[in-house]
Design a protein around this ligand. Structure first.
Ligand SMILES: NC(=O)c1ccc[n+]([C@@H]2O[C@H](COP(=O)([O-])OP(=O)(O)OC[C@H]3O[C@@H](n4cnc5c(N)ncnc54)[C@H](OP(=O)(O)O)[C@@H]3O)[C@@H](O)[C@H]2O)c1
Length: 301
């Protein structure tokens, strides 16, 4: 099968489109003919060596797939069924013609989405869902989502609105209308935030890290919750009385099924900035690493 792999950590040039043996499903796993793979920042972080697995090179790339079931297990989807899912971290293997996934990690592909749009969903949407859940997000809470126009952010704002929260999100000026179309209550220019402790939040979702995480503590009310995604909590800036934790996404087919229902019913929009052919995986990494993607990138096979 055709596969994008890499045999040393480094920049985009280490990615290689080559032929590899087809993966063999283990117990509880199904084989999927991949029609599209999602691109996430963790992909290039893995390529750079910031996220490592204990397997030998060459290593597979990517965690999000949408495709067609080729082999299945009892209780699994039918052969030929269209599905989407997320491979377990840290073992990539989505940028390739065939992928194996645990049956617990897949769900039916949302009907209204193309394969490329479906592949854009799993990791980012599950992260948003699990982060909001970890913070106990519910109706009436004031939620701040940093980078609301990004992959995780654009799902988080829509899920939080669906839960009935009051949602504020940050983005650069060019994305403020996009945030409003997603339904956020307040779209804030991240260059001139004006966010202050005067009107504190119950939940802050930090999808950026560094100074954004540091500033987030002071935007929360006592008893509020800070969830960070990109990096561990910076304990030097911890404020007493604030709950805080880092969430690491885990595959979850049942939740993906629920997310798919929200997508098919029109409650949740999936934004895909661009779909590139598998041959242009390196270009997709370059674009993602610039940190300005609106919604998601995907690769078509
Ligand atoms: N812990 C986990 O399990 C987990 C899971 C998923 C992702 N992550 C991490 O979470 C981070 C976000 O992931 P993602 O997929 O959402 O990334 P992404 O899609 O690449 O994020 C791009 C967005 O970030 C916005 N942005 C960039 N710098 C910003 C800033 N300083 N303030 C506010 N917005 C900013 C950009 O909006 P503008 O162009 O409008 O500024 C752009 O729309 C990454 O570091 C990723 O590795 C962690």
């Amino acid at each position: 099968m055709r596969a994008v792999v890499f045999s040393r950590y480094g920049d985009e040039s280490v990615l290689e489109l080559t032929r590899r043996p087809s993966p063999e499903p283990a117990d509880g796993e199904i084989l999927i003919e991949v029609r599209a793979a999602g691109v996430n920042p963790v992909d290039w972080k893995h390529r750079e060596g910031a996220v490592r697995s204990d397997r030998p090179f060459p290593l597979g790339m990517g965690w999000d797939v949408a495709g067609v079931v080729r082999t299945t297990v009892p209780g699994g989807p039918a052969i030929g069924e269209a599905v989407y899912g997320m491979l377990p971290l840290p073992y990539g293997g989505a940028y390739q013609e065939l992928a194996v996934l645990p049956i617990s990690a897949v769900a039916p592909k949302p009907v209204r989405l193309s394969y490329a749009e479906a592949a854009a969903v799993p990791l980012a949407a599950l992260t948003a869902w699990q982060a909001l859940e970890a913070a106990g997000t519910k109706a009436g809470l004031r939620v701040l989502v940093h980078a609301g126009a990004g992959g995780v952010g654009h799902f988080a704002v829509q899920f939080a609105r669906h839960l009935g929260a009051h949602v504020t999100a940050t983005a650069s000026a060019r994305n403020l209308d996009f945030l409003r179309r997603l339904g956020v209550d307040e779209a804030v220019d991240r260059m001139h935030t004006g966010l202050s402790a005067a009107d504190p939040f119950d939940v802050v979702l930090d999808t950026v890290g560094g100074p954004v995480q540091q500033a987030s503590w002071r935007l929360l009310r006592p008893g509020g919750t800070l969830i960070t995604l990109p990096e561990p909590l910076d304990e030097a800036h911890r404020l007493p009385g604030i709950n805080a934790r880092r969430v690491i996404v885990t595959p979850d087919g049942e939740t993906l099924h629920r997310i798919g229902t929200l997508i098919d019913s029109g409650v949740v929009h999936v934004e895909v900035q661009a779909v590139l052919p598998l041959e242009e995986a390196a270009e997709a990494h370059r674009i993602s690493a610039e940190g300005r993607v609106r919604g998601k990138l995907a690769l078509s096979l």
